[in-house]
Ligand binder design. Structure first.
Ligand code: F6P
Length: 532
């Protein structure tokens, strides 16, 4: 385990505290731009496939310098290199963290031979299924949850322009029967491929849905289970016991929320084909090299992670909103919720010591422009400051140039409005045609005032392609690594989901028996009502 110090025990942390009190708290974006015409260039960062505009953040060169010192003192580079080299940095599970090896070219990186053996075999299989005239497959149903669902569920619609036109993709995750029932209604066994996706092959939700799918398949005249069921798992024996002949494996050094690059990406590969899947991996690898090699002051994942620490621990912002201005990225916020909150939602450090500062922010959002007509009101005029992350894509894959121009103008305008705001004096100069005539002009103007100075980051992609999406996801992974490393937490376990699982196992039989012994009053009361 690393001996690198925790961020709050460094001299840079103390300096940052002083800097925040002196300059950070009252930092004003409008003044910063007025002072420095070169601000956009100074805070623009080029990374593979992604340009980031950090200039609308509460950052100046002095803050950045101190944050970089913090990264040095916390030995971020050393910890990053340990991850890439396969050190067992997930110490509570005794595992290496090597999702980066899944996207390294053949012959490079740890475990290369086994990674490429499975990848090649999987992609050969993919091309067979995609030959739909021969395979007869029209529908692919991925049954998995968490990391065995959210990656493919996010990527397949994001890359819609690249998806096989003759294949339909469905994602069943919830143990709620309302999830699988409407999906099965659309299917015919002979046209359907079920993927049972589970790292452990023991997850309650996934196994329950897998059994429902198998029973449905047999009841509806399905004949060839071996052809229509495939598993992606590290637990090949359990898949065989379930009756699955075709299995694509992966390894315990691939964390669930980092697994879309492994066999868990099978639905993605089926959707976009072997070459495009390799392009997705190549984009992620390009970002891996950037994170591994670029100096920290031009290293985009590192800079975003440092900014996250600045906002969370000094400004005390508790959430960050993700606004992808691309409908295909509608599941990106959900994907990032698991990536960031399951990774960094921890309250003890590597030594098990209780942390005296905040860790993962709440990550949430919706695609633009829809979010603008829902919660952006709060982002502009609410009492909390919530940094927003805009994801803009320059070139669409549809032919409607006028729609795309409107989309981009909206994204730019929201970031601008958050920063510029509107003073009460400016508002007084405007007409408010719908205001009650009983209200005086100053009161109306106050309601129409925007505080402004609200921070945002814009991530700009040329086009949403397999390669650029791979780079974008990898960027987020390494950014989460960075803040986790500075906080000195284990970003790669998830013990927080275990207690609920154990209690569920206790409650499930009680729903049948009505047995209430030993339960707390509230749970007993609810159970009594549910079983009456
Ligand atoms: O929610 C906990 C978790 O272990 C996630 O980390 C994981 O992605 C998910 O459950 C699914 O697990 P499995 O792939 O083993 O079914």
């Amino acid at each position: 385990m690393t001996t690198a110090p925790r961020c709050d025990r460094t001299t840079a942390w103390a300096a940052l505290k002083g800097h925040y009190e002196a300059h950070g708290r009252d930092f004003d974006l409008r003044e910063a731009f007025a002072r420095d015409p070169g601000r956009f260039a100074a805070f623009g960062v080029e990374a593979p496939e992604v340009f980031a505009d950090l200039s609308k953040n509460h950052l100046d060169l002095a803050t950045l310098k101190l944050l970089l010192e913090l990264a040095q003192e916390c030995r971020l580079a050393e910890r990053r290199d340990a991850m890439f080299a396969g050190a067992p940095i997930n110490h509570t599970e005794g595992r290496a963290v090597l999702h980066t090896a899944l996207r390294a070219p053949q012959g490079r990186g740890p475990h290369s031979a086994e990674v490429h053996e499975v990848l090649d075999r999987m992609l050969t299989y993919v091309e067979e299924v995609r030959d739909t005239a021969r395979s007869g497959i029209r529908h692919v149903v991925n049954i998995g949850i968490g990391g065995s669902d959210l990656g493919p569920q996010m990527v397949v619609p994001a890359l819609d322009a690249f998806v096989h036109p003759g294949l339909n993709f469905h994602f069943v995750s919830n143990v709620d029967g309302h999830d699988i029932t409407p999906v099965l209604r659309k299917l015919k066994p002979e046209e359907t491929l079920f993927i049972i996706a589970s790292k452990t092959f023991t997850t309650q939700e996934t196994m329950a849905n897998a059994h429902v799918a198998k029973a449905w398949f047999l009841q509806h005249g399905g004949a060839d289970t071996a052809k229509h069921f495939v598993a992606t798992t590290t637990n090949v024996e359990a898949a065989a016991e379930f009756g699955i002949a075709t299995t694509f494996g992966f390894w315990d050094w691939v964390g669930g929320r980092y697994s879309l690059w492994s066999a868990i990406g099978l639905p993605i590969a089926l959707a976009i084909g072997a070459d495009n899947f390799r392009a997705l991996l190549a984009g992620a690898h390009a970002m891996d090299r950037h994170f591994a090699e670029a100096p920290l002051e031009r290293n985009l994942p590192a800079l975003l992670g440092l900014l996250d620490v600045w906002y969370r621990n000094f400004h005390h912002y508790t959430s960050r909103s993700i606004a992808p201005y691309h409908q295909g990225l509608r599941r990106l916020p959900a994907y990032l919720q698991q990536l960031e909150m399951e990774s960094n939602g921890k309250c003890v450090d590597l030594d098990g010591e209780r942390l005296p500062f905040g860790t993962s922010p709440v990550v949430w959002g919706e695609p633009g422009t829809n979010g603008q007509h829902a919660y952006f009101q709060m982002l502009h005029q609410g009492t909390d400051v919530i940094p927003v992350e805009f994801v803009l894509v320059k070139r669409p894959t549809h032919p409607h140039a006028d729609l795309h121009a409107k989309l981009l103008a909206n994204g730019l305008a929201q970031a601008q409005a958050l920063m510029l705001g509107k003073t009460t004096e400016q508002a007084r100069g405007e007409k408010a045609p719908t205001a009650s005539s009983e209200l005086d002009a100053q009161t109306v103007a106050r309601h129409r005032t925007f505080p402004g100075n609200r921070p945002s980051t814009t991530l700009l992609l040329e086009q949403l392609t397999p390669r650029s999406l791979g780079a974008l996801i990898s960027l987020y992974e390494h950014r989460v690594f960075t803040s986790g490393a500075l906080w000195r937490i284990n970003s790669f376990d998830q013990w927080g989901v275990e207690l609920g699982k154990a209690l569920c196992n206790d409650l499930l039989p009680r729903l049948g028996s009505g047995e209430l012994g030993g339960l707390d009053g509230s749970t007993a009361g609810l159970l009594r009502r549910l079983t009456a």
